[in-house]
Design a protein around this ligand. Structure first.
Ligand code: P6P
Length: 329
């Protein structure tokens, strides 16, 4: 089954104008993903061989790939006719799209090329997206978008050895793999279910001095050998959220980017709520997992600014519940 066939079925079950918009938007993101995958694979060659980045070889200066990714994503969403506004990591202010203001209109939050610093070392990077009802659109601020539970759909593209697209429209989480010859995505991971408990955790341990005491105690616990509880867990960390969440989704365990708690009155997350934390929270919950800030469900958080940051502890339900227990203690 192709992505478009799967989207058509999801749209039929959701049976709303916004569902039609959702299918249009996710299909467009799939088409752009094929172009981004191609560009990422050749970026070094283009720079090396001195011709312009991006798809227009008209002598433009080589664009940073995340800026280029933002530009082609913006163009694709405009063409979808179903995007009323785009909140992008690469644009300080949201981009309004009159073409998408109809009844199928949605607000899209997107990180077009997440983890682009990994590119220089041929690491995995991704695109993350989240779709919200356009009734939540308010140029003055995102509060009207409401909590993450308002998301209509969420997904990511992972540019790794294979290019995979994972999305949920609220009826389970489904994975697709791209046929490089045609750019078409085929269903390869129907209805993904995350293991109840894992044996891997992912976190940047270099930040240990900034963690909440409960976070430190939890990681210490995971590292302490105890056969009965499958410890020590293994540490896997790629520096690209999409790769670390994808591994967690399929193998179980945890990905964590806790808040910097050096000032307990002002916890500072790194990852962005609208286009990194909330979409990943929906994707993992729809696969039977959990997503917490350490003290509350990620999807209950409402953004008060478009590029707001948040903490995330996401993965197998038993592991996330235990992390929250350590925070409570
Ligand atoms: P650190 C990439 O820059 C990113 O936004 C996520 O994809 C990734 O999980 C995180 O930041 C990595 O952050 O501080 O460990 O380099």
């Amino acid at each position: 089954m192709t992505l478009d066939e799967h989207l058509a079925r999801q749209q039929a079950t959701l049976a709303s104008d916004q569902a039609r918009g959702m299918a249009l938007v996710v299909s467009r993101i799939g088409s752009v993903a094929a172009v981004i995958a191609q560009e990422l694979a050749h970026a070094a060659l283009r720079v090396q061989l001195g011709y312009a980045g991006g798809t227009n070889l008209t002598g433009d200066q080589v664009k940073k790939l995340d800026v280029w990714g933002h530009e082609i994503m913006t163009a694709a969403l405009r063409k979808s006719g179903a995007c009323a506004a785009l909140v992008s990591e690469e644009a300080p202010e949201p981009i309004e799209m009159p073409e998408g203001k109809g009844s199928t209109g949605l607000v899209v939050a997107c990180d077009p090329v997440d983890g682009s610093s990994n590119l220089d070392v041929n690491g995995t990077v991704g695109t993350i997206f989240s779709l919200r009802p356009s009734r939540g659109w308010d140029p003055a601020g995102p509060a009207a978008l409401g909590p993450g539970t308002e998301q209509i759909a969420a997904g990511y593209v992972m540019y790794g050895p294979a290019t995979t697209l994972v999305y949920t429209a609220g009826s389970g989480t489904h994975g697709f793999t791209m046929d490089r010859a045609t750019g078409e995505f085929f269903l390869t991971h129907p209805d993904i279910r995350i293991p109840q408990k894992g044996k891997v955790y992912g976190i940047n341990e270099g930040n240990i001095s900034t963690w909440h005491p409960g976070q430190r105690a939890f990681v210490e616990y995971l590292r302490t050998p105890d056969k009965a509880t499958g410890r020590p867990y293994s540490l896997r960390y790629s520096g690209a959220m999409v790769a670390d969440v994808h591994r967690t989704l399929l193998d179980g365990g945890l990905f964590m980017y806790p808040a910097d708690m050096r000032d307990p009155a002002k916890p500072k997350g790194k990852l962005r709520l609208l286009y990194e934390v909330a979409p990943m929270g929906m994707i993992v919950e729809q696969a039977g997992g959990r997503a917490s800030t350490g003290t509350e469900r990620v999807l209950d958080v409402t953004a008060t600014e478009y590029h707001q940051r948040a903490a995330i502890i996401v993965g197998s339900p038993d592991d996330v519940a235990l992390a929250e227990e350590f925070y409570r203690r």
